[in-house]
Write a protein that binds this ligand. Structure first.
Ligand code: FAD
Ligand code: NAP
Length: 547
C-alpha cells in the first residue's frame, strides 16, 4: 500500500463523507463560523492547515507580535459571558495572550471536534450535477459539502521574495509568519531583518535587544506611532464590561468598527500651526496607537492636509534618531501617511540609536542575492547567522487562490481573477455558487477592526443559509452585473482617497506580476454593513437563489 493511500484511509475513519458546510481556516473567522453554523442547525466541518487554532495569532509568533487595536475591542462579542469572564492582561495583547484567548474559545464552545488540523485544503471543485462542492486536502481528506466558507485570511499567504541564491544561505532563515513555536535563539548573533512594514517595525526593537548585531534592510520606510502599551487598568476594564452591549453596538455603527474615546479636530486647516502642533504632540505623548490617526478628518483624502501631518511626523523621527543620515533614511517620503497601514511600535525609531543596529538602504543599494554567508547588495556584503524575512503576504487573494477553486462550468477562480478579483460585497464571486468569502477583496478588511467584521459577515452568511433552508433553495450565486457594479464602486470610493497612491499589498503592488487594483472597500464598515443589511432585506438583491 502506498503512503498516500494509507494516509487517506486514516483520515476517512474520522471524517464524514459529506456535510452541510465546510469552513476553511480556524482563525477568528473560521472558529466563529463553526459555532454560528452549528447554532443555525448545520453539520459543519473545518479544515485548518496549522496544528492549532488562531490563524494570524497561531502563525505570527515573531518577537514583538502584538495587536494594534485594544483587546477589549479586538475580541468576540457573540457571547456575553465570554466577554465578561475573559481578562486581558494588557491593553494591546501580545500574540501569546491572543493565542490563549482563541484556544479558550475553541474549548469553551467545544469547537475542536469539528476541526481537522494539519489539513491544508488544496482543491475545491463544484460538481454542477450534484450541486455540491468537493473539498480535498493535502492530507487526503475528501468531503462533499453544500456550502463552503473560505475563512482563509486576508493576510495568510506568506510572501517569500525570490531572491537569487535564497537556497544557498547556510544560516537560519525565518519568515515572521512561520516563526517556530520553540522560538529562535538570536542571542549574540549577526541577524538581518528584511522588511520594515508593521511586522518589521514590531520585530526590529525586540531583535535588537538580544542580537550581537542587527542589520535592518529597508526598501521603504514606515510611518509608526508609539503604542503606549500597558497593563490593562482594572477600572477601564470594569467600565468596558459594564457597557459592553452598548459599546459593541457603537462599533457596528462606526466606519472602523471601533469605539474611539477621543475628540476629532475637524480639518487640518481649521487650526493655526501652533494649535495643530499642540494636538499632534499631545497625541504622540499620550494617545494609544492608531487613535492618533483619527485626529483630523482630511488626512486620508486631501494630499495637502496629509503632507502637513507627514512633515510634522518626519520632524518626530529627526528628533528621536540621533544620526541625521539615518533619520533621513527613516523618513517616509514616497507615499502619503496612512495610505499603507500606520504601524504602532514600542521603541522602533529609538532602536536606530543603538550601537548594535545598522540601517541598510536597499532602495539605493538593492539586494542582488543571498549567498551561503548572508546578503550581497550591489555595493556590499553582509555576513549573517540568522535572516528574518518580514516581507509580508500575498494579501487578500493569495490564500483564496491557493485553494485551487474550480467553479461552475469548470472555471478556475485563478482564471476568473486573472485581472480584477471580481466579487459582490466581498462575500461571493459569480459562477462560484454556495461559496462565501470572509474578509474577501471588496470588503472593508484591514480598514476596520476585523473580529467585529468577521462576526458580522458570518452572521450575514448564516442568515442567508437559514433562509435558503427554510425556502427549500439549493443554490445561491451572484451575477456578473452585481459584481461589476460593486467592484466599480470599490474603485471609485478608493479613488476619492489617498489609499491607492501607495504601492502596498492593499492593491497587490507588493507581489511581482500580481494584477493591481485597490481591493478594499474604503466606504466604512458601518456603510458596508448597512448595505449588506439592505441587500438581505430586499430579498437578497444582486443574488440569484434557485430551488
Ligand atoms: P486568519 O487569522 O488569517 O486565519 C486564516 C486561517 O486559515 C489560518 O489559520 C490558515 O492556516 C488557514 N488556511 C488558509 N488557507 C488554508 C487552506 N488552504 N487550508 C486550510 N487552512 C487554510 N487586524 C486587526 O484588526 N488588528 C490588528 O492588530 C492586526 N494585527 C495583525 C498582525 C499580523 C502579524 C497580521 C498578519 C495580521 C494582523 N491583523 C490585524 C489582521 C488579521 O489577519 C485579522 O485581524 C484576523 O486575525 C483575521 O482572521 P481570519 O480568521 O479571518 O484569518
Ligand atoms: P508589508 O506591510 O507588506 O511589509 C513588507 C515589508 O517587506 C515592506 O517593508 C517591503 O518593502 C519589504 N519587502 C518585501 N519584499 C522585499 C524585497 N524583495 N526586498 C526588500 N524589501 C522587501 O507586510 P507586514 O509588515 O507583514 O504587514 C502586513 C499587514 O499585516 C499590515 O499592513 C497590517 O495590516 C498587518 N500587521 C499588523 C500588525 C499590528 O500592528 N498588529 C503587525 C504586523 C502586521 P516595500 O514597502 O518597499 O515593498
Amino acid at each position: 500500500m502506498s503512503v498516500a493511500s494509507e494516509r487517506s484511509e486514516a483520515v476517512e475513519e474520522t471524517t464524514p463523507a459529506s456535510v452541510d458546510v465546510v469552513v476553511v481556516g480556524a482563525g477568528f473567522s473560521g472558529l466563529y463560523a463553526i459555532h454560528r453554523m452549528r447554532k443555525a442547525g448545520f453539520d459543519v466541518l473545518c479544515f485548518e492547515a496549522g496544528d492549532g487554532v488562531g490563524g494570524t495569532w497561531y502563525w505570527n509568533r515573531y518577537p514583538g507580535a502584538r495587536v494594534d487595536i485594544e483587546s477589549v475591542q479586538y475580541s468576540y462579542a457573540f457571547d456575553e459571558d465570554l466577554q465578561q469572564d475573559w481578562k486581558w492582561p494588557e491593553l494591546f495583547s501580545p500574540q501569546g495572550d491572543l493565542e490563549d484567548y482563541i484556544n479558550h474559545v475553541a474549548d469553551r464552545f467545544d469547537l475542536r471536534r469539528s476541526i481537522r488540523f494539519n489539513a491544508r485544503v488544496d482543491s475545491v471543485v463544484f460538481d454542477e450535477e450534484e450541486r455540491r462542492w468537493q473539498v480535498g486536502t493535502e492530507a487526503g481528506h475528501r468531503v462533499r459539502a453544500k456550502y463552503v466558507i473560505a475563512a482563509t485570511g486576508p493576510l495568510d499567504a506568506t510572501n517569500v521574495p525570490s531572491f537569487p541564491g535564497i537556497d544557498t544561505f547556510e544560516g537560519e532563515l525565518h519568515h515572521t509568519s512561520q516563526w517556530p513555536r520553540e522560538g529562535v535563539d538570536l542571542r549574540g548573533k549577526r541577524v538581518g531583518v528584511i522588511g520594515t512594514g508593521s511586522t518589521g517595525v514590531q520585530v526590529v526593537p525586540e531583535v535588537a535587544k538580544v542580537a550581537g548585531h542587527l542589520h535592518v534592510f529597508q526598501r521603504t520606510p514606515a510611518y509608526t506611532v508609539p503604542a503606549h502599551n500597558r497593563a490593562l487598568d482594572p477600572d477601564y476594564e470594569r467600565e468596558w464590561k459594564e457597557n459592553y452591549a452598548q459599546r459593541r453596538e457603537m462599533m457596528r455603527h462606526h466606519p472602523n468598527a471601533l469605539v474611539l474615546p477621543m475628540t476629532q479636530h475637524g480639518s487640518v486647516f481649521d487650526h493655526t500651526p501652533e494649535e495643530r502642533l499642540a494636538i499632534l504632540e499631545e497625541a504622540w505623548r499620550s494617545r494609544s496607537g492608531l487613535l492618533f490617526f483619527f485626529l483630523f478628518n482630511d488626512v486620508l483624502t486631501d494630499i495637502r492636509a496629509n503632507e502637513v501631518v507627514a512633515e510634522w511626523f518626519r520632524g518626530k523621527i529627526r528628533e528621536i534618531v540621533k544620526d541625521p543620515e539615518v533619520a533621513e533614511l527613516l523618513c517616509p517620503t514616497t507615499y502619503p501617511l496612512g495610505s499603507k497601514r500606520l504601524s504602532i511600535d514600542s521603541g522602533y525609531y529609538d532602536t536606530f540609536n543603538r550601537d548594535n543596529v545598522t540601517l541598510v538602504d536597499v532602495r539605493r543599494d538593492p539586494i542582488v542575492e543571498l549567498t551561503p554567508k548572508g546578503i550581497r547588495t550591489e555595493e556590499a556584503e553582509y555576513d549573517l547567522d540568522v535572516l528574518i524575512l518580514a516581507t509580508g503576504f500575498d494579501a487578500m487573494t493569495g490564500s483564496l487562490l491557493r485553494l485551487n477553486v474550480v467553479g461552475a462550468g469548470g472555471v478556475p477562480l485563478r482564471e476568473k481573477w486573472s485581472g480584477t478579483p471580481w466579487n459582490y460585497l466581498g462575500l461571493m464571486v459569480s459562477g462560484f455558487p454556495n461559496m462565501f468569502l470572509v474578509h474577501g477583496p471588496g470588503s472593508p478588511s484591514v480598514l476596520a477592526q476585523m473580529v467585529t467584521q468577521s462576526e458580522y459577515q458570518i452572521d450575514w452568511i448564516a442568515d442567508l443559509l437559514s433562509h435558503m433552508e427554510q425556502e427549500g433553495l439549493e443554490t445561491v450565486d451572484t451575477t456578473t452585473e452585481a459584481e461589476r457594479t460593486w467592484c466599480a464602486e470599490v474603485t471609485e470610493l478608493a479613488n476619492g482617497t489617498l489609499f491607492p497612491l501607495a504601492d502596498s499589498w492593499q492593491k497587490g503592488a507588493n507581489i511581482e506580476g500580481k494584477p493591481q487594483s485597490y481591493m478594499i472597500w474604503v466606504g466604512g464598515f458601518d456603510a458596508f454593513a448597512d448595505r449588506c443589511d439592505q441587500v438581505a432585506a430586499a430579498g437578497y438583491d444582486g443574488f440569484v437563489l434557485k430551488p
